[in-house]
Design a protein around this ligand. Structure first.
Ligand code: TEU
Length: 580
């Protein structure tokens, strides 16, 4: 039985987003129209042809709301406006209109696990213990028997994601507030019905304005175990891991069903995506089961953790078998119920061609191979700006070149703890989020055509070779290959809806799988090797007369080649099979 027959969609037909491709814009680094060195909405408006040419269906816009920018906009101080650095609400209205005219949709980033410490809600909440908004955030007294503000007096031992404790002492009111991220990002208390009502109202306000959905930031962290217990100690230090008490917490499904009911139900054509670090396949099935009315899809993290040691800063070499085991498990787990999102990159991940490919001699080949493997899975692919050009990690020279709060805090903490600065930096060059955030490389001119001013984060010097202008009309470019992959998903039902079977799970250098829908079968092969490899498939002879649907070799696969792959080659074969 094929997956399209087995998957259960309430209406009987798969939703529109099962054949869609999403493109993520990180506005700060996309295109700058006014020369202040920071990308903006008018810059994006000027570049919509690029997205149109690529053929994507949806734009996910990282936060453009007013923000002190402690975490580049993931610290919001006003949910219903646009930060002047990015433009105005009128620009945003124009963007919605322009995208809709071109047949694309706009999905906003929704950051409601926390606000900025500069949000009016938090200003009120911290003003006094009696303020009506005190209970909108998570305030707690010091640990019994300790003196507030002294080390170890925090209400529990949780560490924050951005180094240091997850609690900050407020001298004026004599309590601590919780922040899973930086101290500039206090967590909202979702147990408080007024908080939930305010969030629902704000979401409706955006939908009424014309946006088409939300990507929900760390949404599986909004429900905490009310006892806030200590976590197991991390790395032998004083801080504990609170994740068992805040990931997919006790009321998470209830809260998301309420969001669906209060905000989404009754509207059509929307997309809701939950970003969920640490989510399991079983939880993801619950979140995305259409019958439960929670979310359309989740952004999971398992496959981007395969090269992490004890922390993300301990970088391990890629073991392809683990990557396949992980993605294969998710394909299988969400085959009958629910839906996967597919991604290699976003604004938090290093560039995939530098991470899992070869960003030297085989940059184009390995970038197109990685794209092929990902886009031929079942799920909704997400392309992060610059990925479609094969952009690489950046050559950061010293700590002064980094801007990201996570990286900057990590360096300070690791070096203070006695770490060798050069080793700390070496890891940061590989995994820092700033790798994803260098400006988009539009052309070979000054500042890569990103800005007429000084960019907030330096342009990668490889922009002279790697840029959009050089690729747009080149049929062998990374850009052209992404365009073909996106078109394939739109044109071939087997790509969107076919079932998925992983092949050769034990091969250390070949990624191979089959897709099948009705009488069409695809074989997808990707080489993760810099040498030639032979693919040992038991049914190899059956593919001898098949059609080459897609190849990343200039000129295509040579006649009579057989199942031997060139370095970093990707090949998609198609054949007709008897109806099952
Ligand atoms: O990220 C969630 C998250 O947990 C991680 O990806 C985190 O950014 C970090 O890389 C862990 O090492 C989301 C946003 O995508 C991120 O940009 C924000 O900084 C974070 O939430 C807080 O809003």
């Amino acid at each position: 039985m094929s997956a399209s027959q087995s998957a259960s969609w309430p209406s009987g037909t798969p939703p529109w987003w099962t054949t869609a491709v999403v493109y993520q814009v990180y506005p700060r680094s996309f295109a700058d129209s006014d020369g202040d060195g920071i990308g903006d909405l008018r810059g994006l408006l000027d570049r919509l042809d690029h997205l149109d040419d690529l053929g994507v269906d949806v734009v996910w816009l990282s936060p453009v709301y007013p923000s002190p920018q402690a975490d580049n906009g993931y610290d919001i101080s006003d949910y219903t406006d646009v930060d002047p650095v990015f433009g105005t609400l009128a620009d945003l209205d124009e963007l919605i209109e322009a995208l809709h005219t071109r047949g694309m949709k706009l999905v906003m980033d929704l950051v409601v696990n926390h606000t900025s410490d500069q949000h009016d809600w938090f200003a009120a909440s911290r003003s006094s213990r009696e303020d009506p908004k005190r209970g909108w955030y998570v305030w707690r007294p010091p640990r019994p028997g300790t003196v507030g503000g002294t080390p170890g007096a925090e209400p529990n031992n949780w560490g924050s994601f951005f180094s240091g404790p997850a609690w900050t002492w407020d001298e004026a009111t004599g309590e601590y507030y919780l922040h899973l991220f930086s101290d500039r990002q206090p967590d909202l208390d979702w147990d408080n019905p007024d908080v939930r009502a305010a969030v629902h109202e704000m979401m409706r306000w955006w939908l009424d304005r014309g946006v088409d959905g939300f990507r929900m930031d760390v949404i599986n962290m909004i429900s905490k175990d009310p006892a806030l217990p200590d976590g197991d100690l991390r790395d032998g230090g004083p801080l504990g891991d609170g994740s068992p008490y805040f990931l997919c917490g006790p009321r998470i499904h209830e809260h998301l069903q309420e969001v669906h009911c209060e905000v989404v139900a009754g509207r059509t054509g929307l997309l809701t995506v939950g970003e969920m670090p640490g989510v399991s396949v079983d939880e993801a099935v619950l979140f995305t089961d259409p019958a439960r009315a929670e979310l359309d899809m989740v952004f999971q993290f398992e496959h981007v953790g395969v090269d992490h040691g004890a922390t993300k800063w301990d970088v391990l070499p890629l073991d392809l078998r683990e990557l396949k085991a992980s993605l294969g498990r998710w394909q299988e787990g969400l085959e009958k119920t629910g839906w996967n999102s597919l991604y290699w990159n976003n604004h938090d991940q290093p560039r995939v061609v530098s991470r899992f490919g070869d960003n030297g001699a085989f940059r184009v080949r390995s970038a197109t191979m990685l794209a092929t493997v990902l886009h031929l899975h079942r799920g909704t692919p997400f392309v992060y700006q610059g990925e479609e050009l094969g952009m690489t990690n950046a050559p950061f020279a010293s700590i002064d070149d980094f801007r990201d709060i996570e990286s900057v805090n990590h360096y300070a903490e690791a070096v203070a703890a006695g770490g060798d600065p050069e080793r700390v930096l070496a890891a940061m060059r590989r995994v820092s989020r700033d790798n994803a955030r260098t400006p988009v490389q539009w052309d070979a001119g000054p500042q890569a055509g990103f800005t007429t001013g000084t960019p907030w984060l330096p342009v990668n010097p490889n922009c002279r070779e790697i840029n959009a202008a050089a690729q747009r009309d080149d049929p062998d470019s990374v850009f052209a290959h992404y365009r073909r992959l996106i078109a394939l998903r739109h044109e071939l039902p087997v790509v969107a809806h076919g079932d998925f079977t992983m092949l050769l799970p034990e091969s250390p250098d070949v990624y191979a799988f089959r897709r099948r829908l009705d009488d069409v079968e695809l074989l997808v092969l990707g080489s993760f090797s810099g040498g030639r490899v032979s693919v040992e498939l038991p049914d190899a002879s059956q593919w001898a007369a098949s059609e080459v649907l897609l190849s990343n070799l200039p000129g295509g696969v040579p006649e009579g080649r057989g199942l031997v792959l060139e370095p970093w080659e990707a090949r998609v074969l198609s054949r007709a099979v008897g109806e099952r």
